[in-house]
Design a protein around this ligand. Sequence first.
Ligand code: 13P
Ligand code: SF4
Length: 350
Amino acid sequence: MIDVEAVAVDEMYEKLHGMLRTVVPDIELRYKAELAVEINGLKSRRNAVILGHNYMEPALYHSVPDYVGDSLELCRQAAETDKDIIVFCGVQFMAETAKILNPSKSVLIPSQKAGCSLAASITAGDVRQLKKRFPGVPVVAYINTYADVKAEADVCCTSGNASAIVESLSSETVIFVPDEYLAQNVARETGKHIVFPTLEASGARSADLDYQLIGWRGRCEVHDKFTVEDVQNVRKQFPDVIVLAHPECSPEVVAVSDFSGSTTAMQRYVEEIAAPRYLLLTECSMGDNIAAAHPEKEMVRLCSIRCQHMNQISLEQTRDALRHVRYVVDLPEEVLVKAAKSIERMLALS
Ligand code: 13P
Ligand code: SF4
């Protein structure tokens, strides 16, 4: 009798080996192929869908997700799925977004340690204080925020639509939280003048501030590490390199890059243009994932720069999430309803 599971493991191993033999040691590939087959079996038995962010490690990224993408694409998939369970291979705020958009589904996050330095940089109370200090000014919350912060905002945005969302608001001034660099990049793109006021009234009076964009000093601990010097050093070594920076990088780094966009926009850019090599200023797994799908493209990687939160999500944790139906994302009803308005407004505008 044919051992169906063994055949499936062989097929998965061949697929992963074909794509990843230069990035993942062979001994690990067979083990990961076994895990992936087990996950895919659990996924169909539980009537689940797996969403995988572009930062997932290569073996996971290329084996178990039904959909991969950036925050905006995964929001859309989460809203549309008719499966009973959504397993979110990404970080907590992303899984929360899936729950907000499809509250009747069970949303699982494979690790409870998958946080985000940007999401942790601002609280709902901080947003309430900003609104008190700048009454009537609409609040745009980056998707990298927790649900209670989204609930205080008027509209959300992602790295793929931040400038368009700010421009779509018919308001002279906008509060944009929490990413300091993304806000500065948006200010440059939209020609707005940005200020970073203190919450306390001890600074300049709001009426005296010359502002169009009111920012917050949150930063991504990963993108904050890329410097102009990194770009200069790589360009010195590879003068023909194309440099792509995520908009969570500083404006100085974005200014010396050739392209800036969301993780999927960067991926598409690499796929669409013919260049000998590319430097991605973002979580390193993305470079691995693109290199695996496009072996003809040389990806220059600065692999000491990793997202410790995204890296919490492994194949083992994903299997255990489905095996034990854990860790369930649960949000208070009031937060769900209010946050949904901000995200749905973004989806309608973008
Ligand atoms: P994207 O929406 O561009 O995928 O970015 C998410 C993120 O967390 C980047 O650090
Ligand atoms: Fe958050 Fe930065 Fe990690 Fe993205 S890369 S999840 S913004 S800490």
